[in-house]
Design a protein around this ligand. Structure first.
Ligand code: NIG
Ligand code: FE
Length: 405
């Protein structure tokens, strides 16, 4: 069999994102920018990166994919936190919120997460698959090549399994890599009298099935006054850990208990962190827990952004994700959200790029993507522009013109 080798280029610039630290602040001067660059790809994996002409001389037999106009190449974006498997829509919630009602008040009066649960339970698996595929098309157009997707709108054995199977099926049908997480512990299922009763049900019924059917290798929990408390989190996460699941936590969205839970269970990531103060940031940083910041949720709820600058200055590894969901974050545009958070929190271009590439890969425990480097998957995106600085400058309105996946 002849190995398919392709030399792609020349690019005006390649932003490789390699040789950068996983933790802490980054300066733009640290970015490796290869001018007139090329990438040699062998069966979907990057074999070499360098000057285009030199690579052409070194590999005269490679097929050429010639880039005719000036373009800047970077790794495909990785969205490490979404809820894009759901039924229904929540524009009524949004209208109430912009008119002054709070997210938690709307939830108490019948809207919120539980209204999406009702619609997701009504949906057949195929309808959920169709919804994910439609959203994955948008991701691809926007340059997102790997996307985490949570369950959490089913809240019963059958409906959580239906959601996770839908994510699995959509993953098989779509080029964007969809990485599933079980979020059965999103909020109390309406059938249960207490959060503790529902927690035991998840541990006894849902997690073993998810494990047995290999529907997800990660579990998430929403630690919040309105959702799961410390006691329930302890039971759920101890069981999950024992079963071998990786752990992530919806932490410190409105109040600050979740970060402590994330530290205690050595979570892969603590996500949200809008309410985190210096105290929680110190805790997370000492424990090397990755923070996944969700500016799209701040935008959707009209609430302040998390303290990204402080987190980086205290040495944290920070990813930025869209939290795309029908309630708190309906926009689903990662680049736009990362650019706006960066402008508000004073993140360098290097820090924002890192947060949507290799640091986001780290949040998902994936080591084979997020950089343009030898051995990495050739997930790459190119923008028609002259300089990498234009990519954030347009704050997400400039979309990639080419995506390799
Ligand atoms: O990450 N905070 C909890 N869960 C989701 C929102 C889900 C919803 O509103 O439907 C979040 O914001
Ligand atoms: Fe979320």
């Amino acid at each position: 069999m002849v190995e398919e080798t392709i030399l792609i280029g020349p690019f005006k610039e390649i932003v490789t994102m390699r040789d950068l630290s996983l933790y802490g602040a980054l300066k733009d001067e640290q970015l490796e920018i290869i001018s007139d660059g090329g990438v040699l790809v062998k069966e979907g994996v990057i074999a070499e990166v360098g000057n285009y002409q030199e690579l052409k001389g070194k590999f005269p037999k490679a097929n050429i994919e010639r880039i005719e106009e000036p373009m800047v190449l970077m790794p495909g974006m990785i969205d490490a936190h979404t809820h894009i498997c759901y039924g229904g829509s929540r524009e009524n919630d949004y209208a109430l919120r912009v008119a002054g009602k709070s997210y938690l008040d709307i939830a108490k009066s019948g809207g919120g997460i539980l209204s999406t649960v009702t619609n997701t339970r009504k949906a057949r698996q195929q309808e959920l698959v169709n919804g994910i595929l439609k959203r994955a098309d948008v991701l691809l157009k926007n340059g997102v090549t790997t996307c985490e997707v949570k369950s959490g709108y089913g809240l019963s054995l059958d409906d959580e399994v239906k959601m996770l199977r839908a994510i699995q099926e959509a993953n098989q049908q779509h080029p964007v890599h969809l990485n599933p997480t079980c979020l059965a512990a999103h909020t109390k299922a309406p059938e249960f009298d207490s959060v503790m009763d529902y927690t035991h049900y998840i541990v006894e019924q849902i997690l073993p099935k998810v494990k047995e059917e290999k529907l997800a290798s990660r579990v998430d929990i929403f630690v919040e006054e309105s959702a799961f408390g410390i006691e329930e989190a302890n039971i759920y996460l101890a069981a999950a850990k024992q079963m071998g699941f990786d752990i992530v936590v919806h932490a410190d969205q409105f109040s600050t208990r979740g970060s402590q839970v994330a530290v205690q269970f050595n979570a892969l990531s603590a996500d949200h962190l809008e309410a985190s103060t210096e105290k929680e940031i110190d805790l997370l940083s000492k424990a090397n827990i990755t923070g996944v910041l969700l500016p799209g949720c701040s935008m959707g709820l009209g609430l302040p952004y998390p303290k990204g600058r402080m987190m980086l200055d205290k040495g944290m590894c920070i990813a930025i994700a869209s939290d795309w969901n029908p309630g708190s974050a309906p926009m689903g545009d990662l680049l736009m959200q990362a650019a706006v958070l960066g402008a508000s929190e004073k993140l360098s271009t290097a820090e924002t790029f890192a947060a949507i590439t290799y640091r986001a890969a780290h949040a998902l425990n994936l080591i084979d993507r997020g950089k343009i480097d030898q051995g990495q998957k050739a997930h790459m995106i190119a923008f028609s522009c002259q300089s990498y600085k234009e990519i954030l400058y347009y704050q997400g309105s400039m979309k990639p013109d080419k995506v390799w996946l």
